[in-house]
Design a protein around this ligand. Structure first.
Ligand code: AMP
Length: 291
């Protein structure tokens, strides 16, 4: 596995590869877990050459967020990627991607202010900026993104359409632990008690599924009222719980009937101690028209 820091050398390498094969990219912030590795396996199915990037992107962290203490595990990450047969690990420094002369940023528009964006101003602009750079640097044909970060995936799909980028964005379902908690590098921060409390998220999702299946005519407000108590406890503090609609994750009204929504999707952010956890669930598959 090649390990490169330089965007220029990475670009030369990938452009050369593209004469004979396609390139699939998996962008990550490192501290890799089975969720990331599943994305890499998917990338291997898509293209002969697989590039993984590890970059903790300062542009997408707010001033009071965990940029400095974000978990890093470079040696272990390299071993995992090597064993999966990754061709190139792109591992730039902040200076490599954002030299002093760097000035241009992507603005993702309205979606960047909703859901997580409402609590993390500028986050999705930072994500879109680095992903656009990664797409250019790796000249990738495919890029695999996890549905764990569904709003991020939606932002990248929008970016790709808006800028006519010649990249096929491939979503990958959320990989979960045995107890159904979504795998996340930030789970490393959790105390045993907080990790236990995090299981309330999949428990709340199960209730949402059952509720929607049993009574798809209930309103957004009725459903949210039933599931939000599960996400509030001594260990858990609910930041937001929302149901969106449409591919663009548009807001819904409290009295909207779940059944009438196109692509209803449930989003949650909670704090377990000081750790912010996010998860989401498509409600589309659980709505059956009663005879
Ligand atoms: P991160 O390193 O957290 O920036 O994540 C890198 C990529 O891995 C993103 O596309 C994430 O959505 C994806 N990812 C993270 N956790 C999971 C998971 N549990 N299941 C599937 N994909 C994931």
């Amino acid at each position: 596995m090649l390990i490169l820091n330089s965007p220029e050398v990475t670009q030369e390498t990938c452009v050369r590869w593209k004469i004979e094969s396609q390139v699939a990219l998996v962008p990550t912030m490192g501290c890799l877990h089975e969720g990331h590795l599943a994305l890499v396996r998917r990338a291997k199915e898509l293209a002969l050459k697989v590039v993984v990037s590890i970059f903790v992107n300062p542009l997408q962290f707010g001033p009071n967020e965990d940029f400095k203490k974000y978990p890093r595990a470079f040696e272990e990450d390299c071993k995992k990627l090597e064993s999966l047969g990754v061709d190139l690990l792109f591992y730039p420094t902040v200076k490599d991607l954002y030299p002093e002369s760097f000035a241009t940023k992507v603005s993702v528009g309205e979606i960047g202010h909703r859901l997580c964006g409402a609590f993390r101003p500028g986050h999705f602009d930072g994500v879109a900026t680095v992903v656009l750079k990664l797409f250019e640097v790796t000249a990738c044909d495919f890029a695999v993104f996890g549905e764990k970060d569904f709003q991020q995936l939606t932002v990248i799909q929008q970016l790709t359409r808006d800028f006519n980028l010649p990249v096929c964005v491939v979503p990958y379902p959320t990989v979960r632990a045995k107890d159904q908690v979504a795998l996340s590098s930030r789970n490393n921060y959790l105390s045993p008690k907080e990790r236990e409390a995090a299981t309330q998220i999949p428990i709340a999702f199960k209730l949402a599924q059952e509720e929607v299946t049993q009574n798809p005519r209930q309103t957004v407000e009725e459903l949210l009222k039933k599931i939000s108590p599960l996400l509030t406890s001594q260990e858990l503090k609910l930041q937001y719980l929302e149901i969106t609609q449409n591919r663009e994750l548009l807001a819904t009204q409290p009295n909207d009937c779940i059944q009438s929504l196109i692509l209803p999707h449930l989003f949650v952010a909670v704090y377990a101690g000081t750790t912010r956890l996010i998860d989401n669930l498509s409600l589309k598959g659980f709505i059956y028209e009663k005879a």
